[in-house]
Design a protein around this ligand. Structure first.
Ligand code: FPP
Length: 245
């Protein structure tokens, strides 16, 4: 009855994967158990998005604020990243998935950077789904970083301050060349954006689900897409204007 319309797919889906810790607690386990099971959900959504021929999928895997977590948890997350990227690169290549990363990548541990860059290079020519990992990412960091880059250009008189516009700003974000997400999903029943893609979600449809991240499956992704397809996106116009296009 409620089927996905292949002609109205979101071009870019972004996900705030939340609830790993609570899921682990529900199972009487350590938080790290939740993260390990979260990887299964990552695999599910990547597979689901590729099957549906979605163009971009961005996953909030590690925020700049996540460094404040207990050392054991941070280390587990870093190890999990390295091992998952290492294990999954072959599958990404086989499925024509191109890996990208956004965030303050240069300040990640060198082991993570090396694994990440290797996988990015190996999948660079793929033309299917672009899987974007947000790592050591925060939107405020990204915005300030863009501002700094532009300030240097102004200071060096490469551009005049009066010529700073939206396009120039976008070119200096880590998401340059990646279209804005059309759908943002957050799991675990929290209704927050948590410093994720603040510039890019100006017109994004937001979808919140109570499912905890380790429980999230392909069918949940499909449900979010169907929900998205039943919305009217007006971009500041009236409903009547949209319907006559
Ligand atoms: C949020 O749950 C989840 C994270 C901070 C990390 C997400 C990481 C993974 C799923 C594993 C690695 C990812 C990839 C791409 C290989 P939480 O810990 O904040 O949960 P809580 O709110 O219940 O405490």
């Amino acid at each position: 009855m409620n089927q996905i319309d292949k002609n109205k797919l979101p071009n870019h889906i972004a996900i705030i994967m939340d609830g790993n810790g609570r899921w682990a607690k529900e199972h009487g386990k350590q938080r790290t158990f939740g993260h390990r099971n979260g990887v299964i959900s990552v695999r599910e959504v990547v597979e689901g998005a590729a099957e549906l021929q979605i163009k971009y999928l961005t996953l909030y895997a590690f925020s700049t604020e996540n460094w404040n977590r207990p050392k054991l948890e941070v280390n587990t997350l870093m190890t999990l990243l390295v091992s998952t990227i290492n294990k999954e690169t072959k599958t990404l290549i086989k499925n024509n998935v191109r890996l990208l990363a956004i965030g303050d990548i240069e300040n990640l541990p060198s082991k993570v950077q090396k694994e990440l860059k290797g996988a990015i290079d190996k999948t660079a020519k793929n033309t299917g789904l672009a899987l974007v990992l947000a790592l050591n990412y925060s939107a405020r960091w990204e915005i300030i970083n863009a501002l700094k880059k532009i300030s240097v250009k102004v200071e060096n008189q490469e551009i005049a301050a009066k010529n700073v516009d939206e396009n120039l700003f976008i070119e200096n974000l880590t998401t340059f060349n990646i279209p804005d997400p059309e759908l943002l999903i957050r799991t675990s029943g929290e209704y927050r954006i948590s410093n994720f893609l603040l510039w890019q979600i100006a017109y994004t449809e937001l979808y919140f689900t109570n499912k905890l991240w380790p429980e999230f499956r392909k069918d949940d992704l499909k449900e979010a897409i169907i929900n998205f397809q039943n919305r009217e996106r007006r971009f500041g116009k009236t409903s009547e204007q949209i319907q006559t296009i």
